[in-house]
Design a protein around this ligand. Structure first.
Ligand code: NAD
Length: 256
């Protein structure tokens, strides 16, 4: 029987890229996100790859709604074998100007939602003796940059959460790992390139290399396909002893 993966924030960017890798490998998928065309995206992936999908518009700031999302997934597909905690938001400002509401939002979506979703899938994974938790952290789960208090705190928290889940899951066949990407050219980042070029008085090529890829040793964006292939590996039976890790996929950023 096909395995099932629930991927949060999968109607855009990295989550969608990971979803496509899992679809190609024959998983059934629960899509989630705030995009208006989420249901169309889920249906398109289903027909392209011949798998079962549906879209859950659950807002991850609501723990009760997260529990409902998991209950629905379990009743429609018989269980969640793989949970990818991917949804995330960003806000950049010096601490003295950082709005409290943005701190709460970033901690809520980027960290607390992963706790609530994992807690909800855990009993099913335990009872089946198999589970995979894949947390999309960031190189900012390992390194800091100025003006990103909430994001860096949440992503370091995600790495800590992953380690504890690995210890608690070990005797139940559940692994937990974090993937720590450097810059990925998602719609979110693409939008910033012309804006940054304008404010730095640079061309788009210059701003890409000198601003976005400054910390990457490999001067290229990380591809969503690379993240999809890694997530798929971590989800497999063959990765049973890979757990509690935080794997940088960052063009060498964390090596510095
Ligand atoms: P994106 O903006 O393209 O996608 C984010 C997804 O999260 C969207 O589907 C959005 O609807 C969803 N989301 C946001 N708030 C939500 C909420 N309250 N409830 C439900 N869904 C919500 O961004 P992305 O670049 O694909 O980022 C995905 C993940 O990867 C994030 O956790 C991000 O921090 C991480 N990441 C991104 C980069 C990068 O360079 N793009 C680098 C490292 C880590």
């Amino acid at each position: 029987m096909a395995k099932t993966a629930l991927i949060t924030g999968s109607s855009s960017g990295i989550g969608l890229g990971i979803a496509r890798s899992f679809a190609e490998a024959g998983y059934n998928l629960i899509f989630n996100g705030l995009e208006d065309n989420g249901a169309e995206i889920a249906a398109g992936v289903a027909s392209e790859f011949g798998i079962e999908t549906y879209f859950s518009p659950t807002n991850l700031m609501d723990p009760a709604a997260i529990r409902k999302m998991v209950e629905e997934a379990e009743s429609r597909f018989g269980g969640v074998d793989v949970l990818v905690n991917n949804a995330g938001v960003q806000y950049v400002a010096p601490i003295e100007e950082f709005p409290e509401s943005k701190w709460d939002l970033i901690l809520g979506v980027n960290l607390s939602a992963a706790f609530h979703a994992t807690k909800a899938v855990w009993p099913g994974m335990q009872s089946r003796g198999f589970g995979r938790i894949i947390n999309i952290a960031s190189v900012h789960g390992l390194k800091a940059s100025p003006f990103k208090t909430a994001y860096v705190a949440a992503k370091h928290g995600m790495v800590g959460l992953t380690k504890v889940l690995a210890l608690e899951g070990a005797e139940h066949g559940i692994t937990a790992n974090a993937i720590c990407p450097g810059y990925v050219k998602t719609p979110l980042v693409e939008k910033q390139i012309p804006e940054q070029a304008k404010s730095h008085g640079m061309t788009e090529e210059e701003v890409t290399e000198k601003v976005f890829l400054k910390a990457h040793a490999v001067k290229d964006f990380v591809k969503v396909e690379t993240l999809g292939a890694l997530a798929l590996f971590l989800a497999g039976e063959g990765a049973a002893t890979v757990t509690g890790t935080a794997i940088p996929v960052d063009g060498g950023w964390a090596a510095k």
